[in-house]
Design a protein around this ligand. Structure first.
Ligand code: BEZ
Length: 186
């Protein structure tokens, strides 16, 4: 089984993998539209984590990582992810385009990805970036501050592929940094 990571899975892999390959999927955009009532927020103040939205521009890409999981590990990994990401994600199949130098054959292949169901109770589409940034700047949950999740994701995407075009991610990073720094000023 191959699994696509585009959020915390890029930097936090707590399950056994056989291979990690950098690349992208097409026809989606990454958005902080999924509420996080536990990991990066609380039920009354849910943080925000990423999901994928189908894009009207089929040339839009989302950079991430494909993990190959051995047959004998698949059930355990899927169980642990279903628990880790229990608030509203569903498994879908998408085509992955590998770019990693570690892989000789760059033929695209299908893999599994977790995408939030827009009908789930924690889904919160929000067109205003400032509103999203203000929420991320003030929320925290059992895995830590919501801002840390955003900063780790932006760093990981930049490191993986410096040419990545992801204005939603990088504009939010800049805005939340501004808010956090302004709060730290005496
Ligand atoms: C991820 O790629 O980190 C991920 C996103 C949503 C659900 C599960 C994993």
């Amino acid at each position: 089984m191959w699994l696509f990571g585009y959020g915390s899975l890029i930097w936090k892999v707590d399950f056994p993998i056989r291979r990690r390959v950098v690349g992208y999927i097409k026809g989606y955009v990454r958005r902080f539209y999924q509420g996080s009532p536990e990991h990066r927020g609380a039920p009354l103040k849910p943080g925000r984590v990423v999901t994928l939205l189908p894009s009207s521009n089929c040339e839009d890409v989302v950079w991430g990582v494909a993990y190959e999981i051995r047959k004998e590990d698949v059930a355990g990994v899927v169980d642990s992810l279903d628990v880790r990401e229990k608030s509203g994600y569903e498994k879908k199949t998408v085509t992955f385009y590998p770019t990693d130098d570690s892989i000789e054959d760059k033929t695209p292949f299908d893999l599994t990805v977790y995408i939030a169901d827009p009908k789930n109770e924690w889904y919160r589409e929000e067109p205003d970036m400032k509103t999203i940034a203000a929420e991320i700047a003030e929320c925290r949950g059992m895995s830590g501050p919501n801002a840390e999740y955003l900063f780790k994701l932006a760093d990981a995407v930049r490191q993986m592929t410096p040419q990545a075009c992801d204005p939603h991610l990088f504009e939010l990073e800049a805005e939340v940094k501004r808010i956090v720094e302004a709060k730290q000023k005496p």
